[in-house]
Ligand binder design. Sequence first.
Ligand SMILES: *[C@@H]1O[C@H](CO)[C@@H](O)[C@H](O)[C@H]1NC(C)=O
Ligand SMILES: *[C@@H]1O[C@H](CO)[C@@H](O)[C@H](O)[C@H]1NC(C)=O
Ligand SMILES: *[C@@H]1O[C@H](CO)[C@@H](O)[C@H](O)[C@H]1NC(C)=O
Ligand SMILES: CC(=O)N[C@H]1CO[C@H](CO)[C@@H](O)[C@@H]1O
Ligand SMILES: [Zn+2]
Length: 965
Amino acid sequence: MGKGFYISKGVGIVGVILGAGAVATIIALSVVYSQEKAKNNEVKPTEPGTTTNPTATATTPTPSNETWDQYRLPKTLEPIHYDVTLRPHLKRDPVNGLYIFTGESTFHFKCVEDTDLILIHSNKLNYTTQANGHTATLTSVSGAEAPQIKNSFLWDVTQYLVLQLNGKLTKDSEYKLYTKFHGELADDLGGFYRSEYKEGNETKIVATTQMQPTDARKAFPCLDEPAMKSYFNISLIHDYGMVALSNGAERESVNITIDGEKLVKTSFEMTEKMSTYLLAFVVCDFGYIESTSDKTLIRIFARKSAINAGQGAYALNKTGPILKFFEKYYNSSYPLPKSDQIALPDFNAGAMENWGLITYRETALLYDERFSSNSNKERIATIIAHELAHMWFGNLVTLRWWNDLWLNEGFASYVEYLGGDNAEPDWGVKDLIVLSDVHRVFAVDALASSHPLSSKEEDIQKPEQISELFDAISYSKGASVLRMLSDFLTEEIFTMGLRTYLKEFAFGNAVYTDLWRHLQMAVNQTGTVLPDTLENIMNTWVLQMGFPVVTINTTTGEVRQQHFLLDPDSNVTTPSDYNYEWIVPMKWQKKEAVQPTFWLTKKSNSTEIMKVTGSDWVLANINVTGYYRVNYDDGNWDRLLNQLATDHRIIPVINRAQLVDDAFNLARAKIIPTVWALKTTTYLNKELEYMPWASALNNLDFFSLMFDRSEVYGPMQDYLRKQVTPLFYHFKNITGNWTNVPKGHMDQYNQVNAISLSCKTGLEECQDLVKSWFQQWMTTGNNSIHPNLRSTVYCNAIAAGGAKEWEFAWLEFKNSTIASEAEKLRSALSCTKQPWLLNRYLEYTLDPNSIRKQDATSTIVYIANNVVGQPLAWDFVRDRWYYIFTEYGGGSFSFSNLINGITKRFSTEFELKELRQFKEDNSDEGFGSGTLAVDQSIERTIANMKWIAENEENVLEWFRAETKA
Ligand SMILES: *[C@@H]1O[C@H](CO)[C@@H](O)[C@H](O)[C@H]1NC(C)=O
Ligand SMILES: *[C@@H]1O[C@H](CO)[C@@H](O)[C@H](O)[C@H]1NC(C)=O
Ligand SMILES: *[C@@H]1O[C@H](CO)[C@@H](O)[C@H](O)[C@H]1NC(C)=O
Ligand SMILES: CC(=O)N[C@H]1CO[C@H](CO)[C@@H](O)[C@@H]1O
Ligand SMILES: [Zn+2]
């Protein structure tokens, strides 16, 4: 799946609203991880359902340990092919009032081990009783006679249709199993589900699917494990004139009549041998555009009005070239005749790599020049690349079981930057992996509650355990570690191993060590010298959580590593076979001279080469290709800061961003003083590049949150205004007094940073500028604000304005039909400084006619990000807790995001008391999915109080001194 699944990508909008960025992410993610960990700890190894520990199972007093109590399929049957016909009804069933689908399936399989039991996954399906009195009919295809079905039932816990036979299926014989069934076409975003949208006055229904990870069994009975690859013959029955799509190309479409109803049956070419989680079925009334690339038919489907407005054109133009890029990269041609991509109004993940029919959220596929910013555009290019990368890595070769998910998602999350770079070579998008993945996951992986990339197969059994694997560790750490691997091997050797791996396992399944084996072959073949086997090197990154901070002492030449923990007082209770030691490939330079890679293979290593003299300095982790942080002796820090002050361009741009990020995080971990971290920002008044600014703003977010109600705030604003003013005038200058768009992609991002920080810190010219733009829109009704700048302009204009501005934006929000525009407005509405407007906006969040339920939490959190809105949101949520909890419980309403969002600024004794009171007052109804977040908020408040006590004075003094000069 695309990574939108766990978090939306925020490239380029970092710092649009200071206070809503990285820290929020850090906090939110850390909660997710702790929750996961808590849940994982509940998995008792002796539970029935684990196949691995028979002794323990036997001694456990459980009511039943039948085969159908096991979450994993027995190894008795192998699929050959499925013939499946499905009919989604796009009108409510007159009898039960539900939207339903009906279906029939014939499952051809081979018996590989004698058995008198058939287990086939089935979830929420109702079966029609057959002539034999059972839910299914079993017949022999070749070999032995089929035994009779003795008993059949549905086993809900493990999601099986269970068929007990009165004789044995015999090894090597082939059988077929026929079933007729129906299920609900619910709006639950899983399995075969329904999505709705308005076109003119009409509500239209789309039937679509999301199978990954375990919901194919909700569409038809199947052996729903990734290694149970099979061929599928799919047919869809639908109304005449509707679009019907599946993985295969359309084979034929014939008119049929069912119960007097005239319908169409569309049948698709048999699929390649594939996993069930990659199936997709769609029936809709969409429009499309198409082209061909070599012999591959490429089509983009979306709502007709979106297609007619040309919103599919960008995706269509980029898909062919990206497919070609990956064909070359993998040295393997795209195995299907067509590549369909479809934008769905309701979709849970960012996108899903169904083989031949990729599904997307609308914002991840549709581009409209009039409304989409460059960051919207970048997301589209990279997410298409991500999904197309899966066509080989994931679809052609599939990991055997979900415990290796990190390799599948980490790989796609790494090469999406290569594909995106190929599609838009001028953007420099490859560098952004450092901000979007490496920095993002560093924040999570530096907690004692993190977990390793790799899980044991036996620990991942239940659907919810599988779902939990779709997290930042799998995606972003996976991507970061694979990028490091590709870098130290060189891309040439990396792709060499990758290509032979894909060749060996095409249409089959593999485990992650199979990839290591092929990469090792490439290493041996090319005579590459590594300090250890590839597997041993990678084990230190894959089998233990966290990452090291490498400390270089340029006086003694000592290089040492230690497990980096953001909170130095935290207790690491997870043991590691590798003793939290890593084999670290270090790219480094001495002043401008790039040095040969230095491998740190032990806790500590002393070497003459790291010693420097005079004004020379050492800089390590060049371009942050390594997954680690770096610290230096005081002298080297001084010399690096001095270099930044005199000519920062000598230091590579990514490393300028890294020096800032490392310094702030080392300070949080109390490894270096906080004012040293602040010192890395003093050169910024000469910095024009996006990445260092983005990194600084990310890190200063925390300072804003901690100090925006204290006397530090004034001097801090003065300092930041002083730093950003030259950047503001730089952009004014290169855009011809704000009339042109900066050429570079990163410059466009940095223009947003320049405007947002200048306006926020009170640069009058900036405030006048955004007010005049907004005013012009209000008076002429003509919005000429560039899409890149809309988020920040709306926010700052509404912050500076009053009721008139707010009401105008509210109407625009209500009337907006473009998702990305509505999103920008909804967030900007929270920027007003008027308490009564904020209070009324809070009321709107609990009225589904004003704010859609799915957006309620994030809107409250936006309001809490505003320093004026913070106490209002806290009072509001405390007041309405019972109502919120009962009305919005479950579904997409995330209590943990809400609680973390409204309390993240907490840092006083009084707030701590209120928080504890809140916990006590609501102990009866509880906090649902926010339970852990309440405790974590208390913990975080205490940590914040400590941090402020330790830092406030120094920081204030530092800002004052910096602004006096
Ligand atoms: C399936 O059967 C159950 C139990 O009889 C019933 O509650 C449910 O509504 C049925 N589902 C559909 C989609 O008909
Ligand atoms: C939509 O509804 C309005 C009022 O009910 C009607 O006048 C108009 O013709 C309808 N438009 C369409 C496209 O059906
Ligand atoms: C199928 O039915 C539609 C309308 O129901 C009709 O217009 C079309 O001609 C039919 N096609 C064939 C091949 O009979
Ligand atoms: C409690 C229970 O059903 N135990 C059974 C578990 O499975 C073993 C072997 O299949 C049986 O011998 C136990 O009786
Ligand atoms: Zn993916």
